[in-house]
Design a protein around this ligand. Structure first.
Ligand code: IMP
Ligand code: MG
Length: 173
């Protein structure tokens, strides 16, 4: 396994988190956000971004998986579902990375069927080239190339999530 140099440093990530949180706080002035983190990948980004929000926040999580090692299976499995009542809430979905868009699209539809007052999506990373399903996204941190990344919540086979930066992951050949 080879972990490259940081692709995005801790400082770059931090700056982006603050920038996104400021935009979100402005857009939601006078409203309460129900932030829903898509686990496991978003746990670090989620914790950082909600701490930087200036609006009142309640939170929940959903555990969904569509990946085996480094490839998407295209099939979304929900391992833990939200507990909060979504009806009439301003839901902000928070994800680590949007790749094919299949997981996010599935989760979005699931939330929309429960009648939120509004639904927006915030993701740290966007691997745009790989998109298969067109999902509306409101807050994007960085557009990234079609490579496999680990760190800051992102994993390879559940490893490297704890790295404080984001790096390109390459399998040894
Ligand atoms: P999608 O359904 O294809 O958009 O898959 C999104 C999910 O795949 C993300 O939330 C991640 O969990 C995972 N994923 C996609 N690309 C990467 C990557 O480069 N590194 C780690 N996980 C990834
Ligand atoms: Mg994820």
């Amino acid at each position: 396994m080879i972990i490259g140099r940081p692709f995005l440093t801790t400082e770059q990530i931090h700056e982006k988190v603050i920038e996104l949180a400021d935009r979100i706080s402005k857009d939601y002035t006078g409203k309460e956000i129900l932030a829903i983190g898509i686990l496991k990948g978003s746990f670090m980004f989620f914790a950082d971004i909600i701490r930087a929000l200036k609006t009142p926040v309640t939170l929940d999580f959903i555990i969904a998986a569509s990946y085996l090692k480094t490839t998407s299976t295209g099939e979304v499995k929900i391992h833990y579902d939200m507990r909060e009542d979504i009806k009439g809430k301003h839901v902000l979905l928070i994800d680590d990375i949007i790749d094919t868009g299949i997981s996010l699209n599935y989760i979005r539809e699931r939330i929309l069927s429960k009648g939120p007052a509004s639904l927006k999506v915030c993701a740290l990373l966007d691997k745009k080239e790989r998109r298969e399903v067109n999902v509306p996204m409101d807050y994007i941190g960085f557009e990234i190339p079609n490579q496999f990344f680990v760190g800051y919540g992102l994993d390879y086979d559940n490893n490297y999530r704890n790295l404080p930066y984001i790096a390109v992951f390459k399998k040894e050949t």
